[in-house]
Unconditional design. Structure first.
Length: 299
């Protein structure tokens, strides 16, 4: 990768890590499903007026939006609102990597390598270690919601593979539009009409939270990320995602004062080690060196 693209990847993971601070700040005054619906509504509008729909079936675009908006961020924000620390959430959601590998094998029939299986086991052991240590800071219900959010992210990854190569920015914009009505409906059903009372006089923290999630996170970060994936192999780009929980835990620690215990570090290390093994196992086997290839015999 060129230095410019390396810096772009580092900018992406920094934005995604800081997004957990924005989510936590927004949840102080806005209920999670309402905040999530606002995030995707502003990511879609007014961008849909200038960006054409992606060349993909509308059903798959909608399914991608639901997996990402309802499955990933709906569960993630609800889990954080119910007590899951934002920094720890940025770590646990990276279990989407072994989930993606398992779904790709089950749904798409992709071959699983030994390192990928081993990586999934190690990552899940890390989740178990964090769950055993959770105490009062991370109750079981919210923790399971964040793991469910990782499964939603993995499902979105599989849907993207079904869609194929399209303009990823257009996909993000139009899938955001597709997921906004279901999120609004869920907000009204689960949180009630009173959930929108905070929007009558929104705080600056809520405004900043929605703006950061909709524009730098959804449009800028995912736009840069998709551009990198079109220029380089996934095995070259995706390891940078391992830096997201580093940025997330550090930013929530220094900005929000969230504690970082030894058990969380140990469990997190297992998760990151498992993810690294999964990514290592996903790399195609290297070609044989020319010197090791036997020349054909002369006729």
């Amino acid at each position: 990768m060129t230095l410019r693209d390396v810096l772009a990847a580092l900018l992406v993971v920094t934005i995604l890590g800081l997004a957990f601070v924005a989510i936590k700040a927004g949840l102080e005054t806005v209920p999670p499903l309402t905040l999530c619906s606002l995030r995707f509504a502003f990511a879609a509008v007014p961008a849909v007026l200038v960006i054409r729909p992606p060349h993909a079936p509308a059903l798959l675009v909608t399914a991608f939006g639901l997996a990402l908006g309802v499955g990933q961020f709906g569960l993630l924000m609800t889990g954080i609102r119910l007590g899951m620390p934002a920094g720890l959430s940025s770590l646990l959601i990276q279990t989407q990597v072994p989930f993606t590998v398992a779904l790709a094998w089950a749904v798409l029939g992709e071959h699983r390598r030994t390192l990928q299986v081993l990586g999934g086991v190690v990552a899940l052991l890390g989740v178990a270690a964090v769950a055993l240590e959770r105490g009062g800071d991370a109750p079981l219900g919210p923790l399971l919601m964040v793991v469910g959010a990782a499964l939603g992210w993995a499902s979105a990854n599989i849907i993207v593979k079904r869609i194929g190569r399209v303009d990823m920015l257009a996909l993000m914009v139009w899938s955001s539009l597709a997921t906004t009505p279901p999120l609004l409906a869920l907000s009204l059903i689960v949180e009630g009409p009173a959930a929108f009372a905070a929007l009558a006089r929104p705080s600056w923290a809520a405004i900043g939270s929605v703006a950061f999630q909709a524009y730098p996170t959804t449009l800028l970060a995912f736009g840069l990320w998709s551009g990198l994936l079109t220029r380089y192999p996934a095995a070259t780009v995706t390891p940078f995602a391992l830096l997201v929980p580093v940025a997330g835990i550090l930013s929530t620690h220094f900005v929000l004062g969230e504690p970082v215990s030894a058990s969380i570090v140990a469990g997190g290390s297992l998760i990151l080690a498992g993810i690294a093994l999964s990514l290592r196992g996903a790399r195609p086997a290297s070609r044989a060196h020319p010197s090791t290839v036997k020349a054909p015999r002369a006729a």
